[in-house]
Design a protein around this ligand. Structure first.
Ligand code: B12
Ligand code: SF4
Length: 473
């Protein structure tokens, strides 16, 4: 008889938080869990995947092994789930970013923890489980972890729950080393490894709806591997989004190549509009980049910007919120995420604030980038939290949306994006609850393909519309 494996992504804890919006958590399936499922022999294991953001993690009947993905913000929920399943007789393995940065804290809550990536540790965990000898601590080697053992089991996700089905990772780490980034605690600073291109090609062949969201830390950072990827994507009909840092704007031709390969939107870490903040946090490239010129170059290439901003750095005073929103509006940034600076254990930012006695507490559920968990230098924690809320409000006024949408190619697309993404939350709740996400995916797919490249610079044929077969959702 097959054993039963339950893989859980615990939900974010602060569900009453003003920043909690169901659509934000229904965008992607938990790729880590689908990846682990892909490494688990299906003839030996029945595998259940549960994402608490969209469904209950409760399952009927006996479960042999439970694997829990543990972010800092859901660590306490992960520990509670671990206790619950151990009491029901299952063995529990905790993995992910939080057990990696704080293994001593996590270990007492589980039968085993996985430090680092699962790719190089999970087969050993399964083998030890079968022998009845789980070891406690497993260390996934980061070198060689980019190569997948087998493709993620996307067939195990709830197909009606997510807007984007095909999330992928093509590289690990990032050549930069910003003080506040989670990456240094997980991958070490400056570590970078790309997956073998033949394997990526094999995975891309499984993309039926022509829509991919790459979750690499910094997809465009390493040009040889990014160009190898562009070669596979160009002409495939796939449109995609990814994360990139501002250095790419120094080479407009490279941005054109990305667009020609199907890139339509980039998540860009502007972080702070104050260069001194960026210098103090080892993000020199931002300190020496003209942000408005960078926006112009993204737009010239036809790439929409999802800007990421962080408040609470040492040079930030109470005026930082308005100044940042002013820039985001002037730069015609399409969508933005605003974060409260959150010191993650294992990063230099955490070490510094802890050494200076500025951490307010270690209640990890508040380490969600929406709450102030440290004492800022030039304002109070309350000012930081209320300024963060205000920034969202001001960025999302209709006046701001109109200004950011007009004057660039694809005005209707930009308006649609803003309204759909930030202004109709009750509609998204209804879509998710009624299982209508496949329709939303189709509309999103069409909208993303609408032209955003200025005609004058157009060296490009728009990728053909590839919509999955009727049975595919
Ligand atoms: C996609 C994403 C999301 C998605 C989907 C989450 C998911 N699981 O797919 C959503 C939108 C839901 C999300 C939500 C949040 N996110 Co998020 N997210 C990401 C992002 C961009 C990619 C994560 C990913 O899928 N990577 C690819 C997979 C393959 O890698 P992985 O998850 O690390 O998994 C590997 C290992 O960690 C390990 N592993 C993981 N789980 C397990 C479990 C077991 C049993 C084992 C053995 C191993 C193992 O093996 C996996 C394969 O190697 C990262 C940034 C990044 N580039 O990594 C931020 C990131 C993970 N998010 C972050 C944050 C802060 C949040 C939110 C708090 C934001 C918010 N305020 O809402 C919430 C927290 C939700 C929660 N439950 O607490 C932080 C986490 C910091 C930390 N130390 O925990 C990150 C690193 C962003 C950042 N720069 O700070 N996120
Ligand atoms: S560029 Fe982005 S991914 Fe790379 S270290 Fe800095 S914040 Fe992290």
């Amino acid at each position: 008889m097959r054993r039963r494996l339950l893989l859980i992504l615990p939900s974010l804890q602060q569900l009453d938080n003003y920043a909690f919006r169901l659509i934000k958590y229904s965008r992607f399936p938990p790729l880590s869990l689908l990846t682990i499922a892909g490494m688990t022999p299906p003839d030996e294991w029945e595998i259940l995947v549960r994402d608490e953001h969209v469904e209950s993690s409760e399952v009927e009947g006996h479960v042999d092994l439970v694997g829990i993905q543990t972010y800092i913000s859901c660590a306490n929920r992960a520990y509670a789930l671990a206790a619950y399943w151990r009491a029901r007789g299952a063995k529990v393995v905790l993995g992910g970013l939080h057990p990696t940065s704080l293994p001593q804290e996590a270990l007492p809550h589980a039968d085993a923890i996985c430090i680092g990536p699962a790719e190089t540790a999970w087969p050993e965990i399964l083998a030890d489980f079968k022998r009845g000898r789980l070891q406690g601590t497993y260390r996934g080697r980061r070198e060689g972890s980019a190569a997948l053992v087998s493709l993620p089991r996307r067939d195990l996700m709830n197909p009606r729950a997510y807007l984007i089905h095909n999330t992928m990772v093509t590289s690990r780490g990032c050549p930069h080393a910003c003080d506040f980034c989670y990456k240094s605690s997980f991958w070490g600073s400056r570590y970078y490894e790309a997956r073998p291109i033949a394997e990526i090609e094999r995975e891309l062949e499984t993309v039926a709806d022509g829509l991919v969201f790459f979750l690499d830390d910094n997809l465009l950072a390493n040009r040889p591997s990014a160009r190898a990827l562009f070669n596979v994507l160009r002409g495939s009909g796939i449109v995609w989004q990814a994360a990139g840092s501002l250095d790419v704007t120094r080479d407009p031709a490279y941005l054109d190549e990305a667009y020609e390969a199907g890139c339509r939107s980039l998540f860009v870490g502007f972080e702070s509009i104050a260069p001194e903040n960026m210098r103090a946090n080892n993000k020199g490239v931002n300190a020496t980049t003209d942000y408005l010129e960078a926006c112009r170059r993204f737009h010239e290439a036809g790439i929409m910007i999802n800007g990421s901003f962080v408040f609470g750095f040492d040079c930030d005073g109470p005026d930082i919120f308005e100044r940042t929103v002013e820039f985001a509006i002037e730069g015609k940034i399409l969508t933005a995420t605003f974060h409260v600076l959150t010191p993650l254990p294992g990063t230099r930012a955490f070490e510094r604030l802890e050494a200076e006695g500025r951490l307010l507490h270690r209640r990890w559920e508040y380490y969600d980038t929406d709450h102030a968990v440290f004492r800022p230098r030039r304002m109070t924690p309350e000012q930081l939290e209320s300024g963060h809320k205000r920034a969202y409000r001001e960025f999302l006024t209709y006046r701001s949306i109109l200004h950011r949408s007009f004057g660039l190619p694809g005005t209707a697309k930009r308006l649609a994006y803003n309204v759909a993404w930030m202004k109709v939350d009750p509609l998204w709740v209804a879509i998710v609850r009624l299982g209508l996400m496949p329709f939303a995916t189709r509309i999103f797919n069409r909208v993303l393909r609408a032209r955003t490249k200025p005609k004058a610079s157009g060296r490009l044929a728009e990728p053909g519309l590839v919509i999955g077969s009727p049975g595919e959702s």
